[in-house]
Ligand binder design. Structure first.
Ligand SMILES: *Cc1c(COP(=O)(O)O)cnc(C)c1O
Length: 415
């Protein structure tokens, strides 16, 4: 019996696990690059079989955790994963009043996924894709990226002795571009948008046979990102949070979160899914703006938060389905609110996040102003990438004081 199968989000057809799989061949045949793709695949496991296997243990979640969740990953062995430490990122606890004394009394937890090997949550997906490649004798992986997925696959591939090819918009933040090159990946800057790079990389995979890590196109990206849900549950000692705020671009991180909790629901470990709040910039709002539309309307994106600047959300249908099914919420924030939230977050917590990650905090602030969070509730804010990846947006906020001569009398008037 195979460990897992794929199910098409659109037609619900099942596919077996042999070899590389991308989109559902039937549903993707008529895909148009200017619309969200149909036919993204979801990985499902034989949940009854897992329960049976751990039948004599009443601590099912602990056993799964001890085994590095291998029963819920589409690879054979955890040893195929990168030797770098992916995931196991800290969950920091802050009392709401410490962040802002006008808040109700509740608990705020920051899951700091900038503490991954290449400083973003993307490593969770790259690590799984790379492990799958290793188990299947594939040595070259290509990806299109706004920057983080590219630096992530570059770093993870370096750790595994694999070759990475990364297509990025030439205008991506310089730190991300340098990071990709420094890990030794082959970088292909594309004179165009992320969406242009995405399409080009699909054609390159087809023509040259490279294994493709593109987000959502490769279903393992969703599976990799779901481990953050398992960790949040474990970090909170098996208490489900009431609310989770997450920034959204292509809609893979949010789907991963849902998928992780859904796996736990299928296993009877939890009995509900937390309320997840999707946050987008109002300058890149195509997932939220189209939630209730019958046909997709494209609003061109131009947000300063480059990691969530996406014209065509690649996992639109799956994310929409999850949000509807589990009564998730959506919130739009302005770029000004994102930048302000980024400063506030650093000032109040000591965590330095890139704008796309700070967007989740901006959404939380805005949500509090609209909808009261109740006393003693547990709120998780998922911080997806490091502030050092994009200094341009920070640079313009600060003015460097003039240098002083190193003489105690010269600083008399400063304090
Ligand atoms: C990729 C990314 C996101 C958005 O994730 P999606 O899966 O595209 O929705 C958010 N923040 C950071 C830092 C990212 O790199």
């Amino acid at each position: 019996m195979s460990k897992y199968t794929y199910v098409c989000c659109n037609c619900k057809k099942h596919f077996f696990d042999e070899g590389v799989k991308y989109l559902c061949p039937d549903c993707s045949a008529s895909n148009n690059p200017s619309l969200p793709p149909k036919g993204v695949l979801k990985v499902i496991y034989n949940y009854q079989d897992i329960k049976k296997r751990y039948f004599h243990e009443n601590r099912l979640f602990e056993s799964l955790h001890t085994n590095r969740y291998i029963d819920l990953l589409p690879i054979k062995s955890p040893d195929s994963l990168s030797p770098l430490r992916t995931g196991h990122t800290p969950l920091y606890s802050f009392f709401s009043k410490k962040l802002n004394d006008t808040f109700e009394e509740f608990n705020v937890f920051f899951k700091d996924d900038s503490r991954n090997p290449t400083f973003s949550l993307k490593d969770r997906a790259s690590d799984l894709v790379s492990a799958f490649a290793k188990e299947n004798g594939i040595s070259t992986i290509i990806a299109a990226s706004t920057g983080n997925a590219g630096s992530s696959i570059a770093g993870i591939c370096a750790s595994q002795g694999q070759k990475a090819i990364v297509m990025v918009p030439a205008k991506a933040p310089i730190a991300k571009l340098l990071q990709i090159m420094h890990y030794g990946a082959q970088i292909i800057p594309v004179d165009g948008t992320y969406d242009d790079a995405f399409e080009l990389s699909l054609k390159a995979s087809e023509k040259f046979g490279f294994y493709n890590r593109n987000t959502a196109y490769n279903p393992l990206t969703i599976e990799g990102k779901k481990t953050v849900a398992f960790e949040i549950f474990a970090d909170l000692n098996k208490i489900l949070p009431d609310l989770i705020f997450v920034s959204v671009g292509d809609g893979v991180i949010i789907s991963g979160l849902y998928k992780g909790f859904e796996d736990l629901l299928q296993l009877g470990i939890i009995d509900r899914i937390p309320t997840i709040v999707a946050v987008q910039s109002d300058k890149s709002k195509n997932l939220i703006a189209n939630m209730d539309n019958d046909s997709f309307i494209l609003y061109p994106s131009s947000t300063v938060a480059d990691s969530i600047s996406v014209d065509v959300p690649r996992n639109f249908y799956m994310a929409k389905h999850f949000i509807k099914e589990y009564s998730g919420k959506c919130i739009l924030v302005s770029d000004e609110e994102i930048i302000k939230a980024s400063s506030e977050l650093s000032n109040k917590t000591g965590i330095f996040s890139e704008p796309a990650a700070s967007a989740a905090y901006a959404g939380f602030i805005k949500y509090i102003n609209k909808d009261i969070i109740k006393k003693n509730q547990n709120v998780v804010i998922l911080l997806t990438g490091s502030g050092l990846k994009d200094l341009k947006n920070v640079e313009r906020l600060h003015e460097m004081p003039e240098a002083v001569v190193p003489d105690i009398n010269a600083i008399n008037n400063i304090f």
